[in-house]
Design a protein around this ligand. Structure first.
Ligand SMILES: [Zn+2]
Length: 476
């Protein structure tokens, strides 16, 4: 609110100056999105497109999609779906369309120093959009108000970026993070949730040192206020959190401490200790099956964030998108990559492929898997680029390309409760559509070849969005 008052004052000042120069006063205000727009028209017809609709259904060849007022006004075989008179025609021969990605473990911050997370809301929101993300949830906030303000500015058309569901600052117990609150009781949790919901946060994330009592307070207060709550847990097990009513758990099974033999209630035994037990877990054994059954029965969704764990695993390819980082951050990640490459004792050699299998098992048992990237760790998870990589990694985990795309689109929309408007390409839905060269239903790597990202019917140019931040990601 305070910022808007400031703008009003500034505009008043500009108008006063402009009144002295009448020729300039006639100009309409510049559209802040204009530098990034590739195609925009009252009525658009995308013709000869291969449609991958996000439901998991087979691709349909040679389709026409008519976009009017930001929504899909018609869709069907090109032979039977004529573009309306006056429509701007976009020929997509040789190209495919998928729904805009709906990614649920994103951040507007990045690891910039030891224990320090730089606030990169402006560059990150451009990169997410460039990568095909049209809706995202920030899964934890160390910015205070920034996630919320960025979400509002984007919604108002003042900044390019995806629609953002901003989380409140992490709900965590006493901890050593420099940028986190400490919530010690159920009452404190309720106060934290209430305050941030009133500021505009739409969801919650609990973290590794939370107590069961504080988590319960946050879950109950959040639900009362219409917010869902997820967690990257450690002190509380997945099974305990499911019993308390949590909606979502982050990082697949990488963060589960359910199988730590001497686990003390409310105490995090250390992430590494939990991960050793997952690496050693019998994936066909009763304990794992019982946990999966509990999560499925309680409708707890699981977020796959394979991208961040890939950066810890030796022998994996260098992640995409590093060139947008500042030279210092790029070099910093390259050193981390080298350290991982030399660590022959790392648990991730076993854990990374194991976690992929566990995520598959969860889905086979009826669980809801959603996707995100988590741009944290030692760096190297670059928004937009990593979102495409996450879909590729789901395919490596054994999902078909169509299934992986559905996890990254419609599943996310369903979790957010917005599947009536977003998450798939269908008549009447919002025109959030990513145009890619090639055919990602046959070759998932084509998901990287983004040509245009339509958000509510406006076509953004990924090249211009990326160029606008190149070499500067880490500063703003
Ligand atoms: Zn995260």
């Amino acid at each position: 609110m305070r910022g808007q008052v400031g703008w009003a004052g500034l505009v008043g000042l500009l108008l006063a100056v402009q009144s002295l120069t009448p020729t300039r006063a006639q100009q309409p205000p510049a559209n802040p999105l204009a530098p990034y727009i590739k195609v925009q028209a009252p009525v658009l017809a995308l013709v000869h497109a291969r449609v991958i609709d996000g439901t998991g259904a087979a691709a349909r060849e040679d389709q026409t999609i008519v976009i009017r007022d930001g929504s899909i006004a018609a869709i069907g075989d090109a032979a039977r779906t004529a573009p309306p008179a006056g429509a701007t025609i976009v020929d997509l021969t040789g190209k495919s369309v998928i729904p805009g990605l709906v990614m649920l473990h994103e951040h507007l911050y990045y690891t910039t120093g030891p224990g320090v997370y730089g606030q990169l809301g402006v560059s990150f929101s451009r990169l997410y959009l460039a990568g095909g993300v049209t809706t995202m949830r920030t899964a934890g906030n160390v910015n205070g108000i920034m996630d919320i303000n960025v979400a509002r500015r984007i919604a108002a058309g003042e900044m390019p970026g995806p629609a953002i569901d901003p989380t409140a600052p992490y709900v965590n117990g006493p901890n050593t993070f420099l940028q986190m609150h400490a919530v010690e009781s159920a009452n404190q949790a309720r106060t934290h949730v209430g305050y941030w919901q009133e500021q505009g946060a739409t969801s919650l994330k609990a973290y590794m040192q939370i107590s069961r009592a504080a988590l319960k307070g946050a879950i109950d207060e959040g639900h009362k206020r219409g917010m869902k709550i997820t967690g990257h847990l450690c002190s509380v097990t997945y099974g305990e959190a499911a019993d308390l009513g949590i909606d979502n758990l982050e990082h697949g099974f990488f963060a589960a401490t359910d199988f730590v033999a001497d686990k003390q209630p409310d105490i995090c035994p250390g992430q590494a200790k939990g991960q050793q037990t997952i690496a050693a877990l019998d994936e066909n054994g009763e304990p794992f099956k019982a946990l999966v059954k509990k999560l499925v029965d309680r409708h707890v969704a699981l977020t796959s964030t394979l991208t961040v764990f890939e950066t810890f695993t030796r022998g994996r390819p260098m992640p995409p998108g590093l060139d947008v980082l500042t030279p210092q951050l790029k070099a910093s990640f390259e050193r981390a990559y080298e350290r991982a490459a030399q660590n022959t004792q790392s648990v991730y050699a076993t854990l990374f492929p194991k976690a992929m299998r566990l995520e598959r098992a969860f889905v086979k048992a009826g669980g809801t898997l959603v996707a995100g990237t988590d741009p944290t760790g030692a760096g190297g998870v670059v928004p937009g680029f990593a979102d495409q990589r996450q879909i590729e990694l789901l395919v490596e985990a054994g999902f078909s390309p169509l299934e992986a795309i559905a996890i990254g689109t419609l599943n996310g929309a369903k979790y957010l409760g917005r599947e009536a408007r977003i998450g798939s390409i269908a008549l009447g839905k919002q025109a959030d559509i990513v145009v890619v060269d090639g055919d990602p239903s046959a070759r998932i790597a084509d998901i990287r070849r983004v040509d245009t990202v339509f958000k509510q019917g406006i076509g953004f140019d990924p090249v211009k969005l990326i160029e606008s931040v190149k070499g500067q990601v880490g500063i703003w």
